[in-house]
Write a protein that binds this ligand. Structure first.
Ligand code: F6R
Length: 606
């Protein structure tokens, strides 16, 4: 949440900053701002709303030192005053910040008692005022002293009016990366913002403070001692950030799933042997055989992928598997017995709650397998092994292709664990044959776009939906409901179909259509009974079924068929149907699809 970009060099940093912010705007888009030096004087320009509003404000401006920010509001409403950079009262210090300062109220009260007058509602202003207070000619020292009093999470970049050639940065529990160039240096909350300028980077660790000038980067630890820094090389490609021929990134990414699922499985299995080889999993077969229990931590869509995986792993490999919401797990005192393997799933690799859960699991001695899309992210660096999704950048804030890639990789993982235990070679071969067919089956689902759009047209005006399913279709129903909520702003409940009669059925009526996810052969008849129950209460019913399912057309108002596959893999195909439905409903309702209100792509605050 909140994107940070900084530059010190000889080029026009304003242009570079706008370009950098564009690449990380998905981190927040409530407002944007930039701090510059014009004729050696510090100025801040800010605009509410999308980056294009800031672009208009700074047209023609130039500065060789800049800090720039795109905001996801935490403390303080979305106004110009609360947009970053935030300055202290004397306008000497400008700060951009990603994170939350938990003790900001007491720090603010203390400063106010000393006579400091605050002009914003942000926690960030406390940082700016503190740095100004601590400043005695040395910006580095002022930042070091100020941040020592902060509790919570922060990545900050700071400019001071007396130092037009310098930027000071610091972080705690929030990612920050310095890009090292020749005669120029960068800072960003995400390597994506700077990779097209330099591949040489320094990851700033918790508690460290860095002083950045055009030709030097100096790092200091929390005891203010200068420390050597390790320069790492970003190995991943400069990704394609364009929308191509699509109106929205979300639709582009829905269509990319034919290729992204192929990438996720590429060179990761041998069909002939019915086995899986995950080269980035640094565990030997005897270590994998020693796994007695699996704990999965994740949030949102990644959590839903984890839920599907728990069914898969228990069913195929017979290993007890629990799925935990990261934000709940981090405040438990989890029992991590010998033989526990932890899997942390996060598209961004930056979700604060998942990272905290990982740290807790590590502290308890668990081996962490990360499942992540972003190379160089915090999860990728902190996990003991990291399996990459290879889905390419997911720019649409709502997760689509990352989900289906997560399901592919988790299916392969489950199969690997199963083959190491009880599954026969023949069963392994059959499973792999089915998984290899998934990309072409996704293409067949995409061919149904017109039918799904037509159904969306009929139902776009409804304000409430139920998505129901059993077994593998239960997490699928949660994911489908989440998509509709987040991009179409329509209230949707995902529910285990069997639970409907334990309360929520009271809500079912002609004003609330029921989307029944029936692509689960084992429970099909049971879900059909639930469809009948919904129908009896005048709910319109939309059924997603396997191709050729008999009798359903006379029961459900709408039927969407998906190609036949095994139940374990059906969530991938059903996800594409539900993504398309949510997309079309959102478009018909005129919703902001790629950047839904109140959301951000990387949830780096609690
Ligand atoms: C929903 C969505 C979110 C994310 C969640 C976790 O479409 O995008 O629910 O899935 O914020 O994000 P990651 O996977 O980056 O940890």
């Amino acid at each position: 949440m909140c994107g940070i970009f900084g530059y010190v060099g000889t080029k026009n940093g304003v242009t570079l900053a706008l370009e950098g912010l564009r690449r990380i705007e998905y981190r927040g888009y409530d407002s944007a701002g930039i701090g510059v030096f014009e004729k050696n004087k510090l100025h801040c320009y800010r605009a509410v709303g999308k980056l294009e509003n800031l672009e208009k404000v700074v047209q023609g401006k130039s500065s060789t030192t800049v800090i720039a920010h795109t905001r996801w509001a935490t403390h303080g409403t979305v106004t110009i005053e609360n947009a970053h950079p935030i300055m202290d009262s004397s306008k000497a210090v400008a700060v951009i910040h990603n994170g939350i300062i938990e003790n900001f109220q007491e720090l603010r009260a203390e400063l106010e008692r000393e006579g400091v007058v605050f002009s914003t509602q942000t926690d960030t202003e406390v940082i700016a005022q503190l740095i100004a207070k601590c400043y005695e000619g040395d910006l580095l020292k002022a930042v070091q002293v100020a941040v020592a009093t902060l509790k919570g999470a922060y990545a900050i970049a700071v400019l001071h009016k007396d130092h037009p050639d310098m930027c000071v940065v610091a972080c705690l529990n929030t990612p920050l990366v310095i890009g090292v160039g020749i005669g120029e240096n960068f800072v960003a909350s995400d390597p994506n913002a700077i990779i097209h300028h330099t591949r040489e980077v320094i990851y700033v660790n918790d508690g460290e403070v860095a002083k950045i000038t055009a030709d030097k980067v100096e790092l200091f630890d929390s005891a203010f001692v200068k420390i050597p820094h390790k320069i790492e090389t970003l190995l991943h490609n400069v990704e394609d950030f364009s929308k191509g021929a699509y109106e929205h990134y979300t639709m582009k990414e829905i269509h990319e799933q034919v290729q992204s699922t192929k990438n996720a499985m590429y060179a990761r299995f041998f069909e002939d042997y019915g086995t899986v080889v995950l080269e980035d999993l640094h565990l030997k077969p005897d270590e994998l055989l020693a796994v007695e229990r699996i704990v999965i931590v994740a949030c949102g869509t990644s959590l839903h992928a984890g839920m599907v995986a728990s069914y898969l792993i228990e069913e195929l490999a017979g290993i007890p598997t629990e799925v935990e919401i990261s934000s709940e797990f981090r405040y438990k005192n989890p029992i991590v017995q010998k033989g526990t393997l932890a899997i942390a799933i996060s598209q961004s690799g930056e979700t604060a709650d998942t990272i905290a859960a990982v740290r807790e699991l590590k502290a308890k001695g668990a081996y962490i397998v990360g499942l992540c899309n972003v190379v160089g992210s915090t999860l990728a660096r902190e996990a003991s092994s990291c399996l990459f999704l290879r889905a390419g950048p997911e720019i649409g804030v709502c997760s689509t292709k990352a989900f289906t890639s997560q399901l592919v990789v988790l299916s392969l993982f489950a199969l690997m664990m199963a083959r190491l235990r009880y599954m026969s070679k023949v069963d392994g071969q059959k499973f792999l044959k089915d998984i290899a067919e998934i990309p072409e089956k996704i293409a067949l689902v995409l061919e149904k776009s017109h039918q799904i759009e037509a159904i969306a047209k009929k139902y776009a005006a409804y304000e409430n939906f139920f998505f129901i399913g059993r077994r593998y279709m239960y997490p699928s129903s949660l994911e489908a409901a989440l998509k509709l909520k987040e991009i179409a702003y329509v209230n949707a409940n995902g529910y285990a179909a069997g639970e409907l009669k334990h309360g929520p059925i009271a809500l079912i009526s002609e004003t609330c259509p029921t989307f029944a996810l029936c692509a689960d052969a084992l429970t099909y008849d049971k879900v059909l009974s639930n469809v009948m129950e919904a129908k009896a209460r005048h709910s319109k019913t939309i059924a997603v079924v396997y191709e050729g399912t008999k009798g359903i057309k006379s029961i459900a108002n709408e039927v969407i068929e998906i190609p036949n596959t095994r139940d374990e893999l059906a969530p991938i195909l059903v996800a594409v149907v539900c993504q398309l439905f949510a997309y079309y409903v959102a478009r018909l309702r005129g919703a902001e699809i790629d950047q839904p209100k109140n959301l951000a792509k990387s949830v780096t605050v609690e």
